[in-house]
Design a protein around this ligand. Structure first.
Ligand SMILES: O=C(O)CCC(=O)C(=O)O
Length: 235
């Protein structure tokens, strides 16, 4: 299937169109956990360099242990990939927002290897409900994703990106407050809620290495899992 990633400039959103053509460190708080339940205690890490954190952004270092991380990668690599714009590859599960057809389409349940992560995110108070949509993105060094806000009318208030394989710097940009960079390490989870989810654009610059805290972090293959709740199934 040919998938084209489209950028809606007016709404700063990215969406995927199918079948069109092939051209498109120390523990502290990095943001509020809005859905946290009493009794849930999670290690939070503030990794934005020196600037104030982005409101609604929470970074959880080592959210996955090594066994869970490696098992997820193995499951993902046994599944078919779809090229986006003829280059970067993705997998998608649960729901598929098809802009060409103008709506959200259910394509099945989250797979057995992904559902426990979605359930754990909800149990840990990081998402208000169990996510039912997952996009898996693969980035080889030099690849990135352009600035966007995940469609606010298609997906719920919390979005979580789990990183596997490699670090990368993700940038958050606000029209008034400028850009903040955050290092995403393999095994981590990044939770976007509130302003971080609704207002700030996030992106991964397309480059082979990142500069972070005075150090160069070469990239290798990174695979991310983005968990979302489709609004279609909320109502
Ligand atoms: O790779 C990531 O961590 C983010 C992916 C993303 O922003 C998206 O799929 O919309």
């Amino acid at each position: 299937m040919a998938i084209v990633e489209c950028y809606a400039r007016r709404r700063n959103t990215l969406y995927h169109v199918e079948g069109v053509d092939d051209r498109a460190r120390s523990p502290c708080v990095g943001g509020l956990v809005r859905f946290a339940r009493p009794g849930v205690s999670l290690p939070l890490t503030d990794v934005t360099e020196t600037l104030p954190p982005v409101p609604g952004l929470t970074y959880l270092r080592d959210y996955l242990d090594a066994a869970a991380h490696d098992a997820l990668l193995a499951h993902i690599d046994s599944q078919p990939w779809h090229p986006v714009n003829g280059e970067r590859r993705i997998q998608f599960y649960g729901y598929w927002y098809n802009h060409a057809k103008g709506g959200m389409y259910r394509i099945g349940d989250l797979p057995d290897w992904a559902l426990p992560v979605a359930e754990r995110l909800e149990r840990d108070g990081l998402t208000p409900v169990v996510a039912d949509q997952l996009i898996v993105n693969e980035y080889v060094p030099g690849q990135g994703i352009r600035p966007h806000v995940d469609l606010p009318d298609a997906f719920g208030p919390a979005i979580v990106s789990v990183s596997l394989g490699s670090s990368c710097v993700m940038e958050f940009t606000h029209v008034q407050h400028g850009t903040r960079a955050i290092l995403l390490e393999p095994h981590s989870a990044l939770v976007m809620t509130g302003e971080a989810r609704q207002v700030w654009q996030h992106s991964i610059p397309a480059r082979a290495a990142d500069e972070w805290m005075g150090r160069t972090w070469p990239r290798s293959r990174r695979v991310s899992l983005t968990f979302r709740k489709s609004i279609a199934s909320i109502h």
